[in-house]
Design a protein around this ligand. Structure first.
Ligand code: FAD
Length: 466
């Protein structure tokens, strides 16, 4: 049986982009239907940001107890630590369940109709959803919002299946592998590689480029590489992965000279990137303009077809949840007739490695490429009292500002807990702060944030604690 519904805004995908768009549209009184084939919350809540951060925390806590199993400098010792991985995964699933349940409640509260099922596009105004009862539901809309997200990119030489897994399976392990090979030294591979190392696996990371986190500037990633080495994670840089060996117990890798080596493995995590979900659901029929694999959008998230919008991962890099959410909120307001644009001064990015890395705005080399004459100054955590009390003095905060008027154009930091500094970085960039503004703000003592103030002071030529 076929039922037809009509609505003003039809959102495909209930990830951070789609669900935020739907909530905001509901708040503004726009009749909205959201279609989700899997779980509300999308990649981020179910198999991305949240579960990865939960496992990072669990692994860190376990690693601490092992650290204390030998007598530590703090005088703390514990007897043999143990981990029940099933319980850890259940705890993580509990957090995911709470958050996805919360998204459902918020959608309901704001009058959004949620349709469970996979949508296929018939044209730019009509979709068909296969319902659980075996029928189909046809939905017609004035505005179509494509928020279908992304999926792990497979490797042709080592397809997913069996011991070869993506981040999705790696976030719900039923056992800890003895020897894990991670293919890809980007943030997802390194975050999860660190988790498994701390949970007890031998971990080898293979990266085609000659350094880890190749999209970040080298100085920032050095403390991460040093910490991985200290943890005992093997890095195989500048190597190509050829596939599994015949016995299926090792990964064949090739160096620049063509020489082949075998890395023993009982699990392989492929983390070579994510691709926009643009195939298999009728999107091709719209023939929207593309930018690479992603949908091309303008700075109001319009695609090349009238009243068809795209947000989040399906619209390409940077594939980040907070970017998807900001775009979703804007599209809802545009559909409701408000005037909006998407021109953020920065979209901060965080790697939750150990130590963490944060970037917001321009790095010194990006500022230079943009033709700006800039000052840059770094303040090390080794000179920060709070960092010493936390036993984590590796890393630094760096500020980049224009030489002429001291307008801050970028921040970078590496160190334990620096993800929380992303708020200060984003605010100062968005508000157009100068070095003097940040240097003149009284920062609470003792905090890691004092390094932010000191970096600004240093750029002005008078750091106080170095
Ligand atoms: P998604 O979250 O992918 O949601 C899309 C939804 O659309 C899915 O639920 C899907 O089921 C649904 N869908 C697709 N096609 C259809 C269809 N035809 N019909 C119905 N429903 C459909 N980002 C951060 O900012 N910080 C982090 O710390 C972070 N960590 C990450 C860790 C991992 C391991 C991974 C994989 C990703 C991480 N990300 C992180 C990235 C983040 O998850 C994504 O940028 C974000 O989820 C994108 O949101 P989205 O709404 O565009 O799409």
């Amino acid at each position: 049986s076929q039922i037809t519904k009509t609505t003003t805004l039809l959102v495909i995908g209930g990830g951070p982009g789609g669900y935020v768009a739907a909530i905001r549209a509901g708040q503004l009184g726009v009749p909205t239907i959201l279609v989700e084939g899997a779980q509300l919350g999308g990649t981020c809540l179910n198999v991305g940001c949240i579960p990865s951060k939960a496992l990072i925390h669990a692994a860190e806590e376990f690693d601490k107890t092992r650290h204390y199993a030998g007598k530590s400098a703090l005088g703390i010792s514990v007897s043999t630590p143990a981990i029940d991985i099933a319980q850890t995964v259940a705890w993580k699933d509990g957090i995911v369940g709470k958050l996805t349940g919360g998204v459902g409640a918020l959608l309901k509260k704001n009058g959004v109709e949620v349709v469970q099922g996979w949508a296929s596009l018939l044209d730019g105004k009509t979709v068909e959803v296969a319902t659980a009862e075996g029928g189909s539901l046809r939905i017609q809309c004035d505005h179509l919002l494509l928020a279908a997200g992304s999926e792990p990119t497979p490797l042709v030489s080592m397809p997913f299946g069996g011991m070869v897994v993506s981040s999705t399976e790696a976030l719900s392990p039923t056992s800890i592998p003895k020897q894990l090979v991670v293919v890809g030294g980007g943030y997802i591979g390194l975050e999860l590689g660190t988790v498994y190392r701390k949970l007890g696996s031998d971990v080898a990371v293979v990266e085609a480029q000659d350094r880890i986190l190749p999209t970040y500037d080298a100085e920032l990633t050095k403390p991460v590489a040093a910490s991985l080495a200290k943890l005992g994670v093997e890095l195989h840089l500048g190597r190509k992965v050829l596939g599994l060996n015949g016995a299926g117990n090792a990964v064949r890798v090739q160096d620049a000279s063509g020489a082949e080596t075998l890395l023993p493995a009982d699990r392989v995590l492929i983390a070579v990137g994510r691709r926009p979900r643009t195939q298999g659901w009728g999107l091709e029929t719209l023939q929207l303009d593309r930018k690479g694999n992603a949908l091309r959008i303008d700075d109001q998230c319009r695609t090349s077809m009238r009243d068809v919008w795209a947000i989040g991962d399906i619209a390409g890099e940077p594939m980040l949840a907070h970017r998807a959410m900001a775009q979703g909120e804007m599209v809802a307001e545009l559909v409701a007739g408000k005037r909006r644009h998407f021109q953020p001064a920065s979209i901060p990015a965080v790697c939750f490695t150990d130590p963490e890395v944060v970037v917001a705005g321009l790095s010194p080399s990006e500022a230079e490429s943009a033709g700006l004459d800039c000052l840059a100054a770094s303040f090390p955590f080794a000179a920060n009292g709070r960092a010493m009390t936390l036993e984590s003095t590796d890393g630094f905060v760096r500020v980049v500002a224009r030489r002429d008027n001291h307008l801050i154009v970028g921040w970078q930091a590496v160190g334990r807990g620096v993800s929380e500094l992303s708020t200060a970085f984003g605010q100062s960039l968005e508000m157009g702060a100068t070095l003097e503004d940040v240097a003149g703000t009284i920062h609470a003592h003792p905090t890691l944030g004092e390094a932010v103030q000191e970096a600004a002071l240093k750029a002005l030529g008078h750091a106080l604690h170095i």
